[in-house]
Write a protein that binds this ligand. Structure first.
Ligand code: CAA
Length: 263
C-alpha cells in the first residue's frame, strides 16, 4: 500500500482535559479514508489506547457534510487481491482499537457515515448522530462487501434482520431511522456537543470499572453465556481490590462525591 503522506493534516487529535477528540479531515473527499489517513488514524488510536491520561475517545469528521464517507474508492479501484487484503486488515486494526481499547469510544456522526465510515462508527462503544447524518453500507453497489467489520458488527448492534437488509440492498438510513433501528444511540445538533457531554460524564467515572465493564460487555454477544457470567463474577470480586472501588463505596457511605484515580 502506498500514498503521499498528507496524514498529519488529515487526522487531528485535540485533548480536552481527559477527553481526546479525533477528527478525520479530508473534506474534499468527504473525509473518505486513503492509506495515509487510515494509517495515521490507526497510529493515533494506538497512542490514545495506551495513554492513561486519556479516559474517553471521541471520533468525528471535519466540516458539516461527512463523518467518514468510507474507504477511498479511487484508491480501491486500482487494488489487486493482496493489497485489498492488507487494506481490509488496516481497517480492521482501526476498528478493533476502537472496540477493545480499555476506555470508552464515542462516534459523533456529523454527516455521511458510509461503508468504512459506518463500520468505524459501529466499532465505537456509543454512537450519536446529527439530524443530517446518513449511515449505511453501500459496498454492494460497488460490487464488493463491507470489509472493516460491517458484516459482523451491524448485526451485533441492530440485529441480523436489519443488518442483512442494509448490507444486501446498500440502502442508507437517515438519522431518524438510525435511532429507531438502534444504529445510533441518539440524534442531537450539534452532535459533537452531545458526544462531549457523555465523554465528560464518563471521564468522572472509575476508569477501572469502565475498562472491566467494556471487556465484559464485548463478550456479551459471543462465546458461552455461562462462561461469560463466570468471568463477570471473577471480575466483580477482583474489583474490590482496587482503590476506585474502595473510594466509590466509601464516598457513598460518607455522603460525598467520589474521586476516581484509575487504580
Ligand atoms: N472515496 C473517494 N472519494 C469520495 C468518496 C469515497 N468513499 N466519497 C466521496 N468522495 C469524493 C467524491 O469523489 C467527490 O470528489 P470529486 O469532487 O473529486 O469528484 C467529493 O468526495 C464529493 O462527493 P460528491 O460530489 O459525490 O458529493 P455528493 O453530495 O454528490 O454525494 C455521497 C455524496 C452520496 C456520499 C457520494 O459521494 C458517495 O456515494 N460516495 C461514496 C460512498 C461510498 O460508497 N462509501 C463506501 C466506500 S466502500 C468501503 O468503505 C469499503 C469498506 O467496507 C472498507
Amino acid at each position: 500500500m502506498s500514498g503521499a503522506d498528507t496524514s498529519e493534516q488529515s487526522v487531528r487529535v485535540d485533548r480536552e482535559a481527559a477527553i481526546a477528540i479525533v477528527t478525520v479531515d479530508r473534506q474534499d473527499a468527504l473525509n473518505a479514508l486513503d492509506v495515509a489517513t487510515l494509517t495515521r488514524l490507526r497510529d493515533e488510536l494506538v497512542t490514545l489506547a495506551a495513554d492513561d491520561a486519556v479516559r474517553v475517545v471521541v471520533l468525528t469528521g471535519a466540516g458539516d457534510r461527512a463523518f467518514i464517507a468510507g474507504a477511498d474508492i479511487k484508491y480501491m479501484s486500482g487494488l489487486g487481491v493482496d493489497d485489498a487484503t492488507a487494506w481490509g486488515s488496516l481497517g480492521h486494526d482501526a476498528g478493533r482499537l476502537l472496540e477493545t481499547m480499555p476506555k470508552p469510544t464515542i462516534a459523533a456522526v456529523n454527516g455521511f457515515a458510509l461503508g468504512g465510515g459506518c463500520e468505524l462508527a459501529l466499532a465505537c462503544d456509543i454512537r450519536y448522530a446529527s439530524s443530517r447524518a446518513k449511515l449505511g453500507q453501500p459496498e454492494v453497489n460497488l460490487g464488493i462487501i463491507p470489509g472493516w467489520g460491517g458484516t459482523q458488527r451491524l448485526a451485533r448492534v441492530c440485529g441480523i434482520g436489519v443488518a442483512k437488509e442494509l448490507i444486501f440492498t446498500g440502502r442508507t438510513v437517515d438519522a431518524e431511522e438510525a435511532v429507531r433501528i438502534g444504529l445510533v444511540n441518539a440524534v442531537h445538533d450539534p452532535v459533537l456537543d452531545r458526544a462531549r457531554e457523555t465523554a465528560q460524564l464518563l471521564a468522572t467515572k472509575s476508569p477501572v470499572a469502565l475498562r472491566v465493564m467494556k471487556r465484559l460487555a464485548n463478550r456479551a454477544l459471543g462465546g458461552d453465556h455461562a462462561d461469560n457470567l463466570v468471568a463477570e463474577g471473577e471480575s466483580f470480586g477482583e474489583l474490590f481490590a482496587s482503590e476506585d472501588a474502595r473510594e466509590g463505596l466509601a464516598a457513598f457511605v460518607e455522603k460525598r462525591e467520589p474521586k476516581f484515580v484509575g487504580r
